[in-house]
Design a protein around this ligand. Structure first.
Ligand code: SF4
Ligand code: SF4
Length: 234
């Protein structure tokens, strides 16, 4: 298929200071909820640029849901680290929106740490991991996490919706690591929230069980810590 002339915008994406960038062409999703939700947020939207940055393995490995009162709260390190990563993602997204404005386009930043979110149903109008999948950046693992080829599930995400027509990222061809792994996340989840998916689903998770456990214990990343996906070691 012929590539669109984006007036140098695609080159702008190459210079972004994030680990992975992907683009979803909304024109390919006109019968999908993704199209409707994007149009609600930015009428005339044509593309979504998704940005990812790695969370270091050393940081993830220090998170525990079993901290004792008075003990060092190493999971606070995770929060401090991901706050920095979220800020960097948002800064790159902010610069992208400024660049779009300079060329006469609109851009709406969906921040890494502050996306629109409906706490009643534990979901936002646009799920970042589904956006990243649409942008060819990864697949959805049995844990329900986005699994990228580079970092597995150890990524934070942000996105920019725009009326600029970027070229879509190529489809991702990636072996599903869950088949070989066989469900380490299912076995370790303390809330028993994860089950093996059936009927062509990517994953099956009781997000209320996960959320309740996560809130009551002050944090949990057991499914992420145990996940072998990703080729970049920490
Ligand atoms: S722990 Fe294993 S089954 Fe679970 S998401 Fe990771 S690779 Fe897939
Ligand atoms: S974050 Fe913890 S409770 Fe939630 S699915 Fe992962 S392991 Fe289970």
């Amino acid at each position: 298929m012929a590539r669109k002339d984006t007036g140098g915008l695609d080159d702008f994406l190459k210079g972004m200071g994030v680990d992975v960038v992907g683009v979803a062409d909304l024109g390919e999703y006109k019968d999908d909820r993704l199209w409707d939700e994007a149009q609600k947020l930015l009428p005339g939207a044509k593309s979504i640029v998704v940005m990812a940055m790695e969370v270091f393995r050393e940081t993830v490995s220090r998170v525990t849901s079993r901290a004792l009162i008075g003990d060092m709260a190493l999971r606070d390190l995770y929060k401090a680290n991901t706050d920095v990563i979220d800020g960097l993602l948002d800064w790159e997204g902010f610069k992208l929106v400024k660049g779009l404005h300079a060329k006469g386009y609109k851009g709406l930043l969906l921040s890494a740490g502050g996306a629109p979110y409906d706490a009643r149903f534990l979901e936002g109008p646009l799920s970042y991991k589904h956006l990243a999948k649409a942008a060819g950046m990864g697949i959805l693992g049995w844990s329900s996490l986005l699994l990228t080829p580079e970092y597995g599930g150890r990524v934070r995400l942000a996105a920019v919706i725009t009326d600029a027509a970027f070229n879509a990222s190529p489809p991702l061809y990636m072996e599903n690591p869950c088949i070989e792994c066989g469900g380490a996340c299912i076995r370790i989840c303390p809330a028993k929230a994860i089950s093996k998916p059936e009927d062509g689903d990517d994953y099956r998770i009781d997000k209320y069980a996960c959320s309740s456990y996560y809130t009551a214990s002050g944090g949990c990343a057991e499914c992420l810590k145990v996940c072998p996906a990703g080729r970049v070691s920490g």
